[in-house]
Design a binder for this molecule. Structure first.
Ligand SMILES: [Zn+2]
Length: 172
C-alpha cells in the first residue's frame, strides 16, 4: 500500500501498517539545505517505509534522489551535483542499539517523526565536502600543478606583533 507523502508521521501507527510512502519535496521546504545551494528550485524525490523487520527495532529506510546546483569551489560558478542514495535509520534507539546495529538513529517528538527533517539531514550529510567541476580547467587561472609563490607567507608574524605593541591604545 502506498500512502500520501506528509511531513510528520506517527511512527507507532505506520509500523503496524507496512505502508510505503513516495513523493517529492521541494528545496524551499528544506531551509538549511537551501542555504548551501546556488538555486533552490530542485525537486527532491523520496520514498521510504517504516519497518521493524530489519533490526527488530523501529526503523525508517528509503531512498533520496535529487540534483542540486552547488557553487564550484574553483571557479565559483554553479555546478550540478546529482545525489542518489539509500538511507536506513533506527528510530528512538538507545546508544547500545546504535552500537550493536552500527546504524544511526533519528528521534521522534512525542511519537511523531518529522520526515522532512530526516531527509534534509541525510542530504546535508551526502553533500560533497568540496564541490568542484570535474573539468579542472573550469577556472582559467587555476592550474593543478600551480603552487603558491614561495615568497607568500614569508612575512614575519612577529613583525606584525611589534607593530601592534607600538600602537597607542585607543579610547581611554
Ligand atoms: Zn568550476
Amino acid at each position: 500500500m502506498q500512502g500520501k507523502l506528509q511531513q510528520r508521521y506517527r511512527v507507532a501507527r505506520e509500523l503496524g501498517q507496512n505502508s510505503e510512502f513516495a513523493g517529492e519535496f521541494s528545496l524551499p521546504q528544506l531551509p538549511r539545505l537551501s542555504t548551501l545551494v546556488v538555486k533552490d528550485d530542485a525537486e527532491i524525490r523520496v520514498r521510504f517505509e517504516f519497518t521493524e523487520n530489519r533490526y527488530q527495532h523501529p526503523s525508517i529506510r528509503g531512498h533520496i534522489e535529487t540534483r542540486l546546483q552547488l557553487e564550484c569551489q574553483r571557479c565559483l560558478k554553479p555546478m550540478s551535483q546529482s545525489l542518489d542514495f539509500d538511507f536506513d535509520l533506527l528510530i528512538d534507539a538507545s546508544d547500545d542499539d546504535v552500537q550493536s546495529f552500527q546504524t544511526d538513529t533519528v528521534w521522534t517528538d512525542d511519537g511523531y517523526l518529522d520526515v522532512l527533517e530526516v531527509v534534509e539531514d541525510e542530504l546535508i550529510l551526502a553533500l560533497p565536502l568540496i564541490s568542484m567541476h570535474e573539468d579542472v580547467s573550469c577556472h582559467q587561472h587555476w592550474q593543478p600543478d600551480s603552487l603558491p609563490e614561495p615568497d607568500e607567507g614569508r612575512n614575519n608574524p612577529f613583525a606584525v606583533l611589534a607593530t601592534l605593541k607600538g600602537k597607542p591604545t585607543e579610547g581611554g
